[in-house]
Design a protein around this ligand. Structure first.
Ligand code: FAD
Length: 433
């Protein structure tokens, strides 16, 4: 890799979104791009991947198809090249296995020559005279740093699991859902396991552990702060909210309104896939036929503190219906509280170039840029600006098409303007002043 090159785009982080950007830009002539990730190789959430788990979106939402269905990095081409197309067809499901998605992304990443793994981006500065960014990167197992230069940055550093402050420093007994697969084998020897969090990850772990409750014989608790274990609304008219139309509409609302609307949309992106809710119920029914099961499910229960005791962990919850605190004992606590975006430390030297809103959040503009001259772009940031589809894999191509068109100053990937049957606002001529 020539370090004197000034790249048109440097991508930081190689999750699905920047991998999609790398695939979509690979065939664009004269565009110099390079991507860095500190991981060993591409790996997508393999720490929470029970073998039966599937993507929650159809395969068409792969790395490229929504922007360019003819692209060689499509999932269908992956199936063809790996001799799996007929089996996928006969299986008759739109939903690929999560492990299959990971394999597919690895396959794509292995064909690109501009992805550099085991490389941490440590610091980004801006050279105002030369008008480019200077990235300081460090290779794993090396003390030396190197510098790379870029006209545009695309930050795809992802999100990290939420761990409350009072749980920190107890990692041998308090585990994140993101590490479930690493601990799963040990769980069979435990007397009690408590899962906190009523979203998809909590539900997947509960279902997985419930499946072997009779052979393992642990007490299995599943608690959520929500008023009920709610399912995700996947009705087709609701799915129209995962469209460019709704993203544009949401973006056009005043910020305060957007903050209010996103709070009311939990069931659109935080709940449990309904098929899984039903499988959990059926499993409970089946397994409790011979004798009552040692499991508890409790909504309205907020975890307030965790203390280590001789017998494991003392977990204190608050029940918001009865207004009571209560305590349960558990060997292991699994936190499935969702993920949050953390502003990367490497941005500190260019903090002043970034636009921030009154709440200290990055101000993400319509083209997903966060600075006035529109050459720093972000992936998976801005639930408050672009709405709940920001982390959705099916909106990745849409966002990348906008970013690429913006950087190149022309329409390389046409973007659908109108796909929804419903309208999200009245026509200007219908408005009564
Ligand atoms: C378990 C799980 C299942 C999901 N399933 C679905 C689904 O079915 N459908 C859907 O639409 N969405 C799903 N999502 C949501 C979303 O798709 C994922 O969060 C997705 O991984 C987001 O991709 P990303 O590219 O933003 O970041 P990530 O996948 O988090 O990747 C970010 C990368 O940046 C790297 N990085 C960070 N900082 C640096 C640095 N300083 N230097 C170098 N590298 C760095 C990290 O090593 C990491 O590899 C799921 C999320 C989770 C957690």
């Amino acid at each position: 890799m020539n370090k004197e090159i000034i790249y048109d785009i440097i991508g930081v982080g190689i999750g699905p979104f920047n991998l999609s950007l790398a695939c979509l830009t690979d065939d664009i002539d004269d565009l110099k791009t390079v991507f860095f990730d500190r991981k060993e190789c591409f790996d997508w959430h393999s720490g929470i991947m029970p073998e039966w788990s599937t993507l929650q979106i159809p395969f068409i939402a792969d790395l490229v198809s929504f922007a360019d269905p003819t692209n060689r990095f499509s999932f269908l081409n992956y199936l063809k090249e790996t001799n799996n197309l007929y089996q996928f067809f006969i299986r008759e499901s739109f939903y690929m296995l999560r492990s299959e998605y990971n394999q597919y992304c690895k396959w794509a990443s292995q064909q690109l020559h501009n992805l550099h793994f085991k490389t941490n981006v440590e610091c980004i500065q801006y050279d105002a005279d030369l008008q480019h960014y200077i990235l300081t990167v460090k290779q794993e197992n090396s003390q030396k740093t190197s510098q790379y230069y870029a006209k545009n940055l695309v930050l795809g550093t992802g999100t990290t699991p939420i761990i409350p402050e009072f749980c920190k420093g107890m990692s041998h007994k308090v585990h994140s859902s993101a590490d479930y697969m690493h601990h799963k084998e040990d769980y069979g020897n435990k007397k009690s396991i408590t899962i906190v969090g009523g979203g998809q990850s909590g539900a997947e772990i509960y279902y997985d552990l419930l499946s072997s409750i009779d052979t393992s014989q642990y007490q299995l608790n599943w608690m959520t702060r929500s008023a009920h274990f709610f399912s995700m609304d996947l009705g087709k008219l609701t799915l129209e909210y995962t469209s460019p139309d709704y993203t544009n509409h949401f973006y056009s609302l005043p910020q305060q309104k957007r903050d209010d609307v996103i709070k009311s949309q939990s069931a659109l992106y935080k709940g449990i896939e309904i098929g899984l809710v039903n499988r959990i119920y059926d499993q409970l029914y089946l397994k409790s036929r011979p004798s009552p099961l040692s499991t508890r499910l409790m909504p309205n229960s907020t975890l307030e503190s965790v203390t280590e005791t001789e017998n494991g962990l003392a977990l204190v919850f608050y029940n918001s219906d009865t207004d009571q605190k209560f305590k349960i004992q558990s060997d292991i606590l699994i936190l499935a509280l969702g993920y949050e975006y953390k502003i990367p430390k490497f941005l500190e030297p260019i903090h002043h170039l970034i636009c921030w809103d009154k709440k200290g959040r990055m101000e993400v503009n319509h083209h997903y840029a966060i600075n006035a001259i529109e050459n720093i772009f972000v992936q998976n940031v801005g639930l408050y600006s672009h709405g709940f589809t920001v982390p959705d894999l099916n909106m990745g191509c849409y966002r990348n098409a906008i970013i690429i068109n913006q950087i190149l100053g022309k329409t390389v990937f046409p973007i659908e303007q109108r796909i929804a049957y419903q309208e999200f606002k009245p026509l200007p001529e219908e408005i009564i002043n």
